[in-house]
Design a protein around this ligand. Structure first.
Ligand SMILES: NC(=O)c1ccc[n+]([C@@H]2O[C@H](COP(=O)([O-])OP(=O)(O)OC[C@H]3O[C@@H](n4cnc5c(N)ncnc54)[C@H](O)[C@@H]3O)[C@@H](O)[C@H]2O)c1
Ligand SMILES: O=c1ccn([C@@H]2O[C@H](COP(=O)(O)OP(=O)(O)O[C@H]3O[C@H](CO)[C@@H](O)[C@H](O)[C@H]3O)[C@@H](O)[C@H]2O)c(=O)[nH]1
Length: 330
């Protein structure tokens, strides 16, 4: 039986593929390579290049391989871009997920794991925020993911279909063994941007917003190592295979760092005091968001092993150096 990973050529999906392979699973990938890379998929893992919203294409892949479960990462991920182009997000994240689920149900695939996001909470009334808090996304990105969660709940009621929605907080870092990392050009994620600046790939970086109601005025986020996140999916897959029911879990460490604290960590780990400018706040950014994570620890037995900001930054910097060497060699 094969585990199908959509978006498996992207940042998180490619780590998932590595983790599944390490566990001896048979894996196949669907990716349209819009932000992913074919080289990020190991050569012995079949890569089907196409759109998850294209039902004929997906049906063909599901019929060709005996699929035991789908882990669905494919999507568009940038909060400010979703504010500028909401219809792109409702198509790629909501409509395409709908099309994928419809074919999954038609082909009798009953186990589905979905990449949701902390952005479904918006600005939480309480931090750390628990899964049953009020859901009030501030951006089309967050709403596009919340709609998918609601759709999956309805499908699970109507059909033989169980899902786990994992609400990721801010994913960062790279494979500690150096096999993968975040490779997107023009990335917008804080840790990646700061690492690029430390290594001279950008002349300077900006802090977006300095008068948020937080101790140092900058936004607070819960940064989770991509390897711990991949392990959360392994635990979710085991849960569904044991006959576990549909559920929603936060993926974070229950602690937050401000933008200034993250930049200090990158400066200290890299040893480079790079230039940082203060800039206006970005649209759609909540002030602070930290995961309550007891539910996934208790229900799925998830035990993070890389919850250390310096370690996350070290792995991210190592991957950035690897990308620079790769580009020099090309
Ligand atoms: N990175 C984060 O901090 C974060 C946080 C919360 C949730 N997520 C979610 O995790 C998932 C993966 O994010 P990522 O950071 O790895 O991003 P990414 O852009 O690196 O990966 C997304 C992958 O999906 C592919 N893709 C996009 N649309 C597709 C389509 N219609 N058909 C087929 N393939 C398609 C892209 O080519 C890419 O390889 C996304 O669903 C994202 O919303 C990410
Ligand atoms: O150059 C930069 C980049 C970011 N930030 C700030 O850093 C924080 C984190 O930003 P970023 O790394 O872009 O992540 P988020 O906007 O919090 O969104 C990420 O984390 C969400 C979960 O919390 C996911 O759903 C999204 O897909 C993912 O992009 C925010 O306050 C940004 O304003 C800066 O100040 N300067």
């Amino acid at each position: 039986m094969t585990v199908l990973v959509t978006g498996g050529a992207g940042y998180i999906g490619s780590h998932m593929v590595l983790e599944l392979r390490d566990a001896g699973e048979t894996v196949a990938v669907i990716d349209n390579l819009s932000t992913g890379f074919d080289w990020a998929v190991p050569e012995d893992v079949p890569l089907h290049v196409g759109n998850i919203g294209d039902q004929e294409f997906v049906r063909g892949v599901l019929r060709e391989r005996k699929i035991d479960a789908i882990i669905h990462f494919a999507g568009s991920i940038i909060v400010p871009e979703s504010v500028e182009n909401p219809l792109l997000y409702y198509r790629n994240n909501t409509a395409n997920t709908r099309n994928l689920i419809e074919v999954a149900v038609e082909c009798g695939i009953t186990r589905f794991i979905f990449s949701s996001t902390a952005a479904v909470y918006g600005n939480p009334e309480e931090n750390p925020v628990s899964e049953d808090a009020r859901l009030f996304p501030l951006s089309p990105y967050g709403r596009s993911k919340l709609m998918s969660e609601e759709m999956m709940a309805d499908v699970a009621t109507a059909h033989d279909f169980e899902y786990v929605a994992l609400r990721y907080f801010n994913v960062a870092g790279a494979d500690p063994a150096g096999r993968g990392g975040q490779s997107t050009p023009r990335a917008t994620h804080l840790i990646k941007v700061a690492c690029e600046t430390a290594l001279g790939r950008r002349p300077k970086m900006q802090i977006f917003g300095t008068d948020y109601p937080t101790p140092d005025g900058t936004c607070i986020r819960d940064y989770i190592h991509v390897k711990d996140l991949a392990m959360a999916h392994v635990a979710a897959l085991e849960h569904l295979r044991r006959g576990g029911k549909s559920n929603v879990f936060n993926c974070g460490y229950s602690r937050g760092f401000s933008v200034r604290e993250v930049i200090s960590a990158v400066k200290s780990v890299s040893g480079v005091d790079f230039e940082v400018e203060l800039a206006p706040a970005r649209a759609g950014d909540p002030a602070a968001i930290i995961a309550k994570s007891d539910k996934i620890r208790t229900a799925l037995g998830w035990r993070p092993a890389h919850a250390d900001l310096e370690g996350i930054v070290r792995n991210a910097l190592d991957w950035e150096r690897h990308l620079m060497d790769r580009q020099k060699a090309d």
